[in-house]
Design a protein. Sequence first.
Length: 199
Amino acid sequence: MSNPLAIPTADITGLLLAGGMGRRMGGADKGLIALDGVPMASMVLERLRPQVGALLINANRHLDRWQAYGLPVVSDEIGGFSGPLAGIHAGLLASTTPWLLTVPCDSPYFPLDLARRLAAAAAVSGARLAVARCDGRLQPVFALLRRELLPALEAYLQGGGRRMETWLAEVGSIAVDFDDMAAFANINTPEELEQLGRR
């Protein structure tokens, strides 16, 4: 039986967050790095595509390579590589749907039911932002948020705020529990890339 409160897939835009500096990866554009011969971003987009109605990529470097995916590419409006919130801000500016689902480019095994579970929790609770939690820890870049949060995020960033957890608390997000910590593994270093490839 379908949930009458469910958020339609068509109302959700998926945002691939790929705007970071990749400092611990020697400055590499992490999403473009291959894992088992496939760019991590390609793996993430493959899992994200069926969960949403539209797709965006947030990137600040190598824009020609990102544009080769054939998707809209949006760069941070807030300068200085200001972290995931700046990417989310760019995504909210470009999105035309009521909801935005964010995932990082370096977590190629995130849950296939991420959108469905976050959307169900948001719909039932009436929350404007739902975020994944696993093993008691928030996974803040795996979030579903309403586009109407754009002014609040803009104000936070313009005031110098950068910490995602602080902003999540400010706007009253709800946490949704997942039980597979490995699904949220992200790759920050060459060693982690090698370990995940072996697994």
